[in-house]
Design a binder for this molecule. Sequence first.
Ligand SMILES: C[S@@+](CC[C@H](N)C(=O)[O-])C[C@H]1O[C@@H](n2cnc3c(N)ncnc32)[C@H](O)[C@@H]1O
Length: 316
Amino acid sequence: MANSGLSNDLGGILALVDKTYGIDKVLADKGRDLVKEYYAQSGPAYERAHSKAGCMHLALNPDGEFSPEGYRRQPRSIVRELTEMGGTRVLELGCGKGFNSLIVARRLPEAECIGTDLLEDHLVKARSLAAEAGVSNLRYEQASFEPLPDRFRDMDMIFGVETLCYAQDLDKVAQSIAAALRPGGRFVMFDVHALEDPDSLPPDLARATRLYETSMVVTRGFIRAGAWEAALARAGLRPDPTRDLSKAVQPGLRRLQAVGLQALGDWKKRMAVKVMPPYMARNGISALLGPLVFRLPERNRQAVLAYQRISATKPA
Ligand SMILES: C[S@@+](CC[C@H](N)C(=O)[O-])C[C@H]1O[C@@H](n2cnc3c(N)ncnc32)[C@H](O)[C@@H]1O
């Protein structure tokens, strides 16, 4: 495989990205709202390279080996919390094709689960997967979290997995989440945040970080670490200490990188990428760069991204 030696060679990967996609062309999307185009084009690629079950988030593999079981760790942690608190009313923000809500609804048949997403196409797929699974305590409704509509009230738990990175007005979103929770209710999110300004990094790493976020259409950049906790506190919630899970996403990131290096292995494959829908093709960029842009204590010490679990309680 022509590219197999590149996995830790940031300069080599950036050269490959430039040759295949044109770095300046990709970065020219900075600040544009591309969520709808990105997901309309990327659906088939997600199902092929990521998860046939409709999961669109990173796997958590704390033992250091990739396993698709890792995709289930985020929803399982929601099931655990709901079980501990005896909650039954749960709402997912940005549920995509319903991977997490379906797990929660199956594990807790007595719960009433609602999945919401901006995009109707995702919900169509989510509804058909729920119907196939014969799950009746789960419904899907089109709704943006920006802000969450006020028809949602008295929730025991609201959660979001890799969706709130697209939020723009954190205070409005946090206030709408706080309003939808019952007193004593819980909020949990898993997402990528920037520990520092990526532009303060050495130039190659800064470009790699900007390419990573732009290729996932987080075109305003990842939200700074600490900003959600502050917005949630201003909205009257009590945040818990945030957990850094960057190490647990590395095996999944390495797997995606191997798929990306294989897919761009020779000039014929790179030509194929050039004729794909652009936002689908650019998933190759985040795959190639992912393992290098997250900060780890033992490696990537200068990198600024962190995969975090943030949670908060609405005081009773
Ligand atoms: C990376 S996917 C994650 C999907 C799902 N949470 C999962 O874990 O598989 C991000 C999702 O956020 C949704 N999204 C983006 N902006 C949104 C908004 N303002 N309100 C609700 N959903 C949004 C997208 O449509 C997409 O389904």
